[in-house]
Write a protein that binds this ligand. Sequence first.
Ligand code: UDX
Length: 447
Amino acid sequence: MALKITVIGTGYLGATHAAAMAELGFEVLGLDVVPEKIEMLGRGQVPMFEPGLEELLRKHVAGIEGSTGRLRFTMDWAEVAEFGDVHFVCVNTPQKHGEYACDMSYVDSAVESLAKHLRGPNLVVGKSTVPVGSADRLAARILELAPGGGEVELAWNPEFLREGFAVQDTLHPDRIVVGVRSERAEELLREVYATPIADGSPFVVTDFPTAELVKTSANSFLATKISFINAMAEVCEAAGGDVAKLAEAIGHDDRIGKKFLRAGIGFGGGCLPKDIRAFMARAGELGADQALTFLREIDSINMRQRGQMVELARQALGGGSFLGKRVAVLGATFKPDSDDVRDSPALNVAGQIHLQGGQVTVYDPKGMANARRLFPTLGYADSAVEAVRGADVVLHLTEWREFRELDPRALGEVAAARVILDGRNALDPELWREAGWSYRAMGRPTA
Ligand code: UDX
């Protein structure tokens, strides 16, 4: 009989995973402790913007006309325990307030609430990003709490999905990593992922700590790549070099690769910043803090980029104060194709300038509602043109396609001054300069 799957926590990761599991042919039951989320998902609506996710959900949510009916949602732990053979834990692990460490309370409480009802045989699969050692601790806790005892097992299966590509990354993962303690657990997970495995996704089997570490080390590597190129941008700036050319040239070496070498205002979002900090905190607890002190530098290079963008804007406005100056900000989300503004470098820069007295007007294709909620005192416009109208300087801070397709001539007609600062090195300098703009980006020659 086909496996039945449950997904606990229906945020980014969980909602996508639940829909993807239904797409792979399984009967799926999703659980969340927030009633509004469950109601929305039950109607086939997604609480965030993620390309393709709502379509996938509507294709499978029970009760929607023409759906397969394979996907349902509930708030009832007993129902989830009764229903599922394999239970995926997808709750979030945010940074603790005032500390680097991550807050495990949601994972702990999800595992405990579930375990109490599990009579076995069951596999609980952790997907959340956790400090190494958590799986070992949670396995012991499950054994204590589950009525099914040793029939209830744990596995760790980190998730590598990127916002903006969540559906694609979940259905066609570039690798599947499973930390297991038995052949049975491995076999069950091979069955769950049979389709992507058949399509060629590599399946890597490890122990618990390695599986946990794969996730945090992958994110640390990505963060390091971005801060590396941003450090090169600082050197280019000082030496008169061009970091975009430099990135292109070193990227031809396939040991280095072209991806994740775009210099700019750096990384943000709900993962990279908090993951590298939690990783440092955990290494400290393990007595291996020296191994990760370099991540402190990665973090500070990254945070410095935001301040440098503010300084570039100040220089562009004559070097004095922002008082009375009108600043257009294109982009609010931490990356394009997402409405996520968590730790967004764009909003951080907009906020800093606003707090220094600048009249900031922000426009973002999808992030307006979330940006307004986080930063209600900033000005907001309904389009890029409206944001730029009357601006003394324009800051391009999130690389949405819509901004690359703007007509610099038309924008030049409405701006008070034709000065654009490209915080993402994503616009075509020639195009803007031809239209009479002064174009400036970090680590690139001024003309
Ligand atoms: C990341 C990881 O990529 C993903 O594998 C993991 O599962 C979750 O964390 P995500 O947070 O969606 O995914 O964002 P990502 O695409 O990695 O981008 C992170 C940040 O880095 C963004 O703010 C982006 O603008 C920035 N970035 C990316 C750069 O500044 N330069 C680059 O070259 C690439």
